[in-house]
Design a protein around this ligand. Structure first.
Ligand SMILES: Nc1ncnc2c1ncn2[C@@H]1O[C@H](COP(=O)(O)OP(=O)(O)O)[C@@H](O)[C@H]1O
Ligand SMILES: [Mg+2]
Length: 149
């Protein structure tokens, strides 16, 4: 299920003003929903299909981490203006266990899930900006941005 910030926007998701959406994440289906909204937003902003796929892939990874490690959380998608060009901003937030060693988690090669996913290091590579704020037992917030090329 997705919840837009504003009931009107939820009714007509193709409106240009609808550039912000929050997707609650608690299941595999929610991961797909968040991914699709990311792609929709990017395409709407005129990103190339390749760029839209990169963004969707990064969203999948962050959403999957929420499901795997925190059980639930949310993905907030929005648009930011970066000196004349749009950027897609993705904020993945949860109140889960947090990450004890953030630098190690970002470095990669310490996967606990054994998945074939991109991992946080891959997400960081794909994005123009990448920030993690995490506190053990309090939760994790990952913010990523990619400017339109
Ligand atoms: N939202 C999160 N909450 C708690 N721990 C997380 C979260 N996201 C990532 N982590 C921790 O960071 C590690 C690295 O994540 P990632 O690079 O996605 O690799 P993987 O998920 O394959 O283990 C994970 O193994 C996990 O321990
Ligand atoms: Mg992962």
């Amino acid at each position: 299920m997705m919840v837009s910030r504003g009931a009107e926007a939820a009714k007509s998701p193709t409106r240009p003003a609808d550039q912000e959406i929050t997707v609650p994440i608690a299941s595999d289906l929610d991961i797909v929903t968040a991914r699709q909204w990311g792609r929709t937003l990017a395409v709407r902003l005129g990103y190339s299909p390749t760029e839209a796929t990169l963004i969707a892939t990064a969203i999948s990874e962050l959403a999957r981490n929420i499901v795997l490690y925190a059980k639930r959380g949310e993905i907030w998608l929005s648009v930011q203006n970066g000196s004349g060009r749009p950027g897609v901003v993705v904020v993945a937030r949860d109140d889960g266990p947090g990450i004890a060693d953030v630098p190690q988690a970002i470095a990669g090669g310490h996967s606990t899930s054994g998945g074939l996913g991109l991992g946080l290091s891959g997400v960081r590579r794909l994005m123009d900006e990448f920030e993690i704020i995490s506190e053990p037992r309090k939760g994790t917030t990952v913010t990523i941005k990619r400017w339109k090329r």
